[in-house]
Ligand binder design. Structure first.
Ligand SMILES: [Fe+2]
Length: 446
């Protein structure tokens, strides 16, 4: 069931005000441009009425804006937590065939409009008798745009293509993997009806705004955003060239103005050498950027990460035992944990700075308790139930029986972490509300 968002019109009004502020239109000028009454504009901004049909069309004709600029996200999780019951998951069941045979049964699990992931419960309907990645009963996909994290439940084989070779991971409960977008893959079970996966796909930062901007720039422009990943030197060269081109700064001027040796600078630009920390500082000073902006990744990640639970060292965190599952360096805000909830929690040990999805894959229910605006709320999360928890919501899990409960916890940064977080922090605390909910004209009208 989708909860209706009580703040929708208010937030739509704030978005509208922010939009006309950016276009340097006050309410009267906006009304004139859009050929509507001042009262119409005021009601939209106050959140008292929806945007009338035709107004957005008119706006896209007279202003350099897109229809989507007027559309806002809905909050279907107004109390911080959203639960999907196992029975509701079961009702969403869809069986898809591949190559004429039933191949996967899909079921939805907890998903929110505000969260970046699309977690699915997928039962493998193809049973194999061997672990041969060339098994003829396998049906491969072509890979997909979304990142995929998967935790295995039961005896599942995960097949993937790496360096043009078909490979297999022979997995069991708690093992996990991460695959980069567009890596072809498939799954099968080694025991009929016993192998399933919790597949969590997500678009990370590229989904939505970035995708839209790239698509509308068109032609060969999107490809030119790619940085050179052949080596760390080459990656650094791409970043340096980008900053120089952004300033239209020649290599000669860079050499003269930094006093750095000409041969060093030329080799950097060609991707044949790497600066020392001291040279890094001088480059960053001249370009007026942070050293961070010129840094390549520490290492280039493989396309597929496979992680066996037996290799993950358990550690105690308050009332839980935690084991870390598959992760990859280039997605620093994507974490997957297996939580064994051992005993009753006395406090709220978790306050996760990321969007969180949990699936109860064991046979013991847990009580999820959380703090929402100073009030404690709780819900029971039974076997096969799943939940979504908003970032920074203090919460705890307690088992409902005298034995431990088992949860998969997947945490993803969404759009706000990383670069936007740095930008947000620079703008400062005082203005945070005006960023996400504009409430005033940009100047005083008197
Ligand atoms: Fe997939």
């Amino acid at each position: 069931m989708i909860t209706k968002d009580p703040t929708f019109l208010k937030r739509q009004g704030a978005n509208f005000l922010s939009l006309i502020n950016d276009l340097k239109r006050n309410r009267k000028a906006a009304a004139q441009d859009l050929q509507v009454s001042l009262e119409t504009i005021e009601k939209i901004i106050a959140g008292e009425s929806d945007i009338p049909p035709g107004l957005i069309q008119r706006a896209t004709e007279v202003w350099p804006v897109n229809r989507r600029d007027f559309m806002i996200m809905e909050d279907d999780c107004p109390e911080g937590v959203l639960v999907m019951r196992g029975e509701a998951s079961e009702k969403s069941s869809r069986i898809f065939t591949r190559g004429g045979a039933d191949y996967y049964e899909y079921r939805d699990t907890a998903m929110s409009k505000v969260a970046p992931f699309r977690p699915e419960w997928i039962l493998e309907l193809c049973t194999v008798e061997d672990n041969d990645p060339k098994n003829s009963s396998l049906r491969w996909n072509n890979g997909h745009f979304m990142h995929q994290f998967t935790m295995f439940v039961g005896p599942v084989n995960f097949y993937y293509i790496e360096e043009n070779q078909k490979k297999v991971m022979v997995a069991n409960t708690g093992d996990s993997m991460y695959i980069t977008p567009f890596v072809p893959h498939t799954f099968a079970t080694r025991q009929r009806q016993k192998g399933l996966i919790l597949a969590l796909t997500y678009g990370n930062k590229l989904l939505g705004d970035v995708q839209q901007e790239m698509s509308s720039l068109g032609g060969d422009i999107p490809g030119q955003f790619l940085l050179e990943t052949r080596s760390r030197d080459a990656y650094f060269a791409s970043l340096l060239q980008l900053q120089m081109a952004a300033l239209s700064l020649s290599a000669e001027d860079l050499i003269v103005q930094t006093g750095l040796p000409a041969d060093r600078v030329h080799r950097w630009i060609k991707g044949e050498a790497f600066p020392t920390p001291e040279e890094y500082g001088r480059l960053a000073d001249r370009l007026n950027v942070n050293v961070y902006d010129l840094m390549p990744p520490d290492a280039f990640d493989p396309g597929v990460i496979v992680s066996y639970l037996s290799h993950s060292k358990p550690r105690r965190y308050f009332n839980c035992q935690i084991r870390e599952l598959a992760s990859i360096r280039y997605l620093p805000y994507s974490k997957a944990l297996l939580l064994d909830v051992l005993e009753k929690a006395e406090t709220f040990p978790f306050k996760v700075p990321l969007h969180q999805y949990c699936y109860n894959f064991g046979d013991v229910s847990v009580t999820l308790r959380w703090d929402w605006k100073g009030q404690t709320r709780e819900v029971e999360v039974g076997p096969n139930d799943s939940v979504y928890v908003k970032p920074f919501v203090p919460h705890s899990f307690s088992p409902c029986a005298a034995k431990p409960a088992s949860l998969l916890s997947l945490r993803i940064g969404g759009k706000g972490t990383g670069e936007p977080q740095r930008e947000l922090s620079h703008i400062g605390k005082k203005n945070i509300q005006r960023i996400y909910q504009e409430y005033s004209l940009w100047y005083k009208e008197e």
